[in-house]
Design a protein around this ligand. Sequence first.
Ligand SMILES: [Zn+2]
Ligand SMILES: [Zn+2]
Length: 274
Amino acid sequence: MIRADLHTHTRHSHAVNSVAEMTRAARETGLETFGFSEHSPRPDGYLYPSDYQAKLLAGYADYIAEVQALRRASTPQFTVLLGLEIDFMPDELEFARQAVAAHPFDYVIGGLHFQGKWGFDWSQAEWDAIAEAERFKIYARYYRDLGALIESGVAQIIAHPDLIKIYSRESFDRWLNTPEAARALRRTFGLLQERDLIMEISSAGLRKPCAEIYPGPRIMRLAAELGLKVCLSSDAHATGQIAYAFDQLETYAREYGYAESWIVAGKQARAIPF
Ligand SMILES: [Zn+2]
Ligand SMILES: [Zn+2]
């Protein structure tokens, strides 16, 4: 059984429930370690067509204080952690450094959601309008940007490492069969190995149009070959998504030889067997 879930969101961003509601649900789910990893504020100009930035900024200090209070009230049976999901942009490194240094986060999950100023995980319609040759360029850039995130040193955990497939999985699978993709993946995940960071395996992909765990089998094989550390998580955006499909996630990870999920508390990593 997976006993920790470190990747979760609250209504301070675009998720549904409060910090208190999420905590109560996590406890009821039987988790022993529950981490909040609300999205970071973004630099000016990086916006989705409809965005939660104003709400996030207005409530950010309260959010941090709420989670810190719960963290202090942790017991050996149930621990709350203060994490952060940084929306990483390679051109905004200084912003990222300041965001992660602004509060005493237990851990930082680094996630790519933007390519330039485009939030690529926004809509199916946008992807439907992109020809496959162009999609291939987007995938390649995604792994270059992921390399920059890994090298930046701002994160200990790398989130949903093939989120770019969200709205075009068939094209993405075809791209994965190209020599260019093989080189790109080997370079990026080689960096992850070199830096001794943790790769997330996320059940969130099961809830999206790609209908596949992040990352898919090819990257899982590479991760196992490279001996990467992994962290299994849900990316819950509502109480009902905490520890989402964790039985399936555990079975999937075991297929590739994994039997433990890493967590990070106070920036110290440790493995918890399933
Ligand atoms: Zn994310
Ligand atoms: Zn997330």
